[in-house]
Design a protein around this ligand. Structure first.
Ligand code: DGJ
Length: 756
């Protein structure tokens, strides 16, 4: 009790300090100064996001960028109207909302640009007109029911503004929520639709965020790719019209990531304005930027309206997912640091959120399906001798699965193959000094399985249509409650049967023939979203029932690397491509948004199984150490020299992993621009750093260059541990670290620095 009371007092004190501090007051200022117009200046440490209610009741976007102290920002709004062919809004002469920056636009009432929301009413029309009704401001943040979202540990993290807009004729309301994470410097948004009418309505489009800019002088940055080639950074200047990225694949996908950024043309890693929008969602999404006739840009992100609709009955609500908005005037690094800190501390959850992640060895690329208990133990034994901490048994331990054409859904241990019970195997591995982890693909069903024999209607399908298989599998219909319950039960049974410390949660195909036998015709377009809600419920149940387990999500590598997954599982297998050189681009792109600790990254054998490239073991390790580090090869086949090298790598990573996993990342060389890549992990107190340099291709007749570090204390003195040289922080940043000569392809160098 005493401890509790002391805690409470401390908390109150902290809350008071935050409230008193001028620096991070946000909505408080609004309440005190009471400006004439309803202007909301949402302030975080360095950023303002401002909007206002016009006298017509329209919600007008005013500003997003560097922090503005004043709350009297209504002058920014000018009722523009002189545009040929534009209708006058509310028939007010020379006022057309289409010429203004609108906070959450609808289509049709004189704004003819891309809307944020579209609802089909009982009379078949899709015209809605939402105007301000009221608002409330409170400290803290509400949960988004059934959806992953950022959270606050306690109310001192920030405040929430909720604005209710109403369409009086249709009797519909939308609640726009804005939460400011003051110290983290981020704003999160979402939208809830409420049907207060007596009729059913159909939501056709409900985006999570819309931001209008009265400029088009930006580059659009997106993360695009394919299986084994995920999240390459693509940067293009905005052009007139809509430029959109989306997923229609039933997952956030390998092809596009639910992230876009608008960057000033001159923005680079260190300087310039960058506005990032990221959706906390793992399903079909849309991210769009429309540059209109007047060179305004409208950025939007949310559930993909394509093939989506949602029937909302009287008194029902629909909650859209959360969008995270990050502005930085310090270029891409500034933006990434905000995303990384917020996601590490206020999106990821569970005991592993702040805990160093174990060095693992996974048997997939070592054995594929071809293993037995003896082989598994022999890999584990060698791994234990080299200091590796966790063994992960990948695909093939259940049902009759010796290749990928059967058994998904039959989560029963193949005791003949693993030569005993799972409990015995896990315990034997534990006795070697390793934790034990297990692979699952819970969302799938193989037509060749007992589960399919019993429940042929449990998969996503459309009656009468071919059930097209990918990797010989179909997807379970998670829009059905009983299917989700059955998965939960099967998973619990296995997880309780043995000392399992880690789970790899895989998902290996995209959705086709989307339909559910349980839903009526008017709800068929809800299936893809209902699937996500079902999946999130399963993940919430399992991760809270087994809080000590470290979960890593995976979808054929990085097919679902998104904030939705990270809310449940604090790491994701970044890509099925384990080649060190290919990984440079994948990890660079991923790190724009997602913290490196969330990126599963392994050393695999050579020639690499995906691209056939032969890279040195040292470079493979240097690159894998950018993320959560592990091995995925047959360690039994390694020579004693190689084993010795692995042992040293493991020892080294244990020394640096706190910095790599929880420090700040500085991308020093962009591998998309040239023949080198470099990055640095720097501890939060700037006292220790790990610097990695990789040169993909050997070059002839070139001079060795210097690598300029960033983020150091310029007055501090640092020792380069490997060379024993001593430099000022200013020298390391402005003169640079001497890289030296590197002979051959795929060479790398790693240095550690310590403040002395
Ligand atoms: C795809 C994953 O990305 C791989 O790492 C591996 O787990 C296989 N599935 C197993 O089928």
């Amino acid at each position: 009790d005493k401890i509790e009371n002391i805690k409470d007092e401390k908390l109150n004190e902290q809350i008071q300090t935050v409230k008193n501090s001028n620096n991070i007051i946000s909505f408080e200022a609004l309440r005190r100064k009471k400006p004439n117009k309803k202007v909301f200046n949402i302030k975080s440490k360095n950023t303002s996001y401002a909007l206002m209610v016009a006298d017509t009741g329209h919600l007008i976007h005013l500003y997003w960028g560097r922090k503005l102290e004043s709350n009297k920002l209504d002058y920014i709004f000018k009722k523009y109207g002189k545009g040929s062919f534009l209708a006058d809004t509310d028939n007010i002469d020379n006022f057309s909302i289409e010429l203004n920056t609108v906070e959450y636009p609808t289509y049709g009432h004189t704004d003819l640009r891309s809307p944020a929301i579209e609802i089909k009413l009982a009379n078949g029309t899709t015209l809605t007109d939402f105007r301000y009704e009221n608002h409330s401001i409170f400290r803290g943040k509400k949960e988004l029911r059934g959806l992953p979202a950022t959270y606050m540990e306690n109310d001192i993290d920030g405040e929430t503004l909720e604005i209710t807009l109403v369409d009086k004729l249709a009797e519909l309301r939308i609640v726009l929520s804005y939460t400011v994470f003051e110290e983290y410097d981020a704003i999160t948004r979402s939208c809830r639709v409420i049907n207060n009418s007596n009729n059913n309505v159909e939501i056709l489009r409900v985006l999570s965020a819309n931001v209008d800019f009265n400029s088009n002088e930006f580059d659009l940055i997106q993360l695009s790719g394919a299986w084994a080639r995920e999240r390459h950074m693509v940067r293009t200047p905005l052009r007139s019209g809509n430029q959109l990225i989306e997923s229609r694949r039933g997952a956030s996908s390998h092809a596009q990531n639910p992230f876009i950024a608008l960057a000033s043309h001159d923005a680079n890693e260190e300087y310039g304005d960058v506005y990032g929008l990221n959706l906390i969602y793992s399903g079909n999404f849309l991210a769009n930027v429309e540059v209109d006739m007047y060179n305004n840009s409208r950025a939007q992100i949310g559930i993909n309206p394509f093939d989506f609709s949602w029937l909302l009955e009287p008194n029902e609500e629909f909650q859209a997912p959360e969008a995270v908005l990050v502005y930085s005037s310090n270029g891409l690094t500034g933006m990434s640091h905000i995303f990384h800190d917020l996601y590490r501390k206020r999106l990821c959850r569970g005991v592993y959120r702040d805990k160093e992640r174990p060095i693992l060895i996974n048997n997939w690329e070592a054995t594929y399906f071809n293993f037995n208990g003896e082989k598994i133990k022999s890999i584990a034994k060698d791994a234990a001798d080299l200091g590796i901490e966790l063994f992960v048994l990948d695909d093939g331990w259940f049902g009759t699965r010796d290749n990928d054409d059967s058994s998904l859904g039959d989560w029963f241990v193949n005791e003949e193959k693993i030569q005993g019970t799972l409990n015995d195997l896990a315990k034997d591995i534990n006795e070697m000094g390793l934790k034990f982890g297990l692979w699952f693909e819970p969302e799938m069903i193989s037509p060749k399985s007992k589960l399919y024999e019993e429940h042929p209607d449990w998969c996503i399908h459309v009656p009468g249509r071919t059930r097209n298989q990918a990797r010989k599998q179909l997807i379970l219909d998670l829009s059905r409650e009983e299917v989700c319950d059955a998965i939960i039960k099967m998973l619990k049974d296995v997880l309780k049967s043995a000392p399992i410390s880690y789970v790899k949660w895989d998902m290996n195909r995209n959705m086709t023939e989307i339909g559910s036998s349980n839903l009526p015709r008017e709800r068929q377009k809800e299936v893809a979203h209902r699937y996500m809600l079902g999946l999130y419920r399963i993940m919430e149940t399992i991760t809270s029932e087994f809080p000590e387990i470290l979960f890593e999500s995976c979808s054929g590598g990085g097919g679902r690397f998104d904030g939705g997954m990270l809310y449940y599982m604090p790491q994701t297998w970044a890509s099925d491509d384990t080649d060190a050189i290919e990984r440079l681009k994948i990890q660079y792109g991923t790190s724009l948004v997602y913290p490196t600790v969330t990126m599963g990254s392994h050393v695999s054998e050579v020639p690499n199984h995906q691209v056939g490239r032969i890279t040195p073991l040292s470079t493979r390790a240097a690159v894998a150490m950018e993320g959560s580090f592990g091995y995925e090869l047959d360690i039994n086949k390694m020579t004693s020299e190689e084993k010795e090298e692995v042992k040293k790598q493991v020892e080294f990573y244990k020394e640096i992993r706190q910095i790599c996993q929880f420090g700040d990342l500085y991308r020093l060389k962009n591998t998309f621009d040239g023949n080198d890549a470099a990055w640095m992990h720097l501890s939060k107190d700037k006292s220790k750093g790990v610097i990695t340099y990789v040169k993909p291709y050997g070059e002839v007749n070139v001079l060795p260059k210097r690598l300029k570090l960033r983020g150091l204390e310029k007055e501090a003195i640092y020792k380069v541990v490997e060379t024993n040289e001593v430099y000022g922080g200013d020298e390391l940043m402005y003169v640079g670290l001497y890289i030296g000569e590197l002979l051959g392809d795929y060479q790398s160098r790693v240095w550690t620095i310590e403040k002395i």
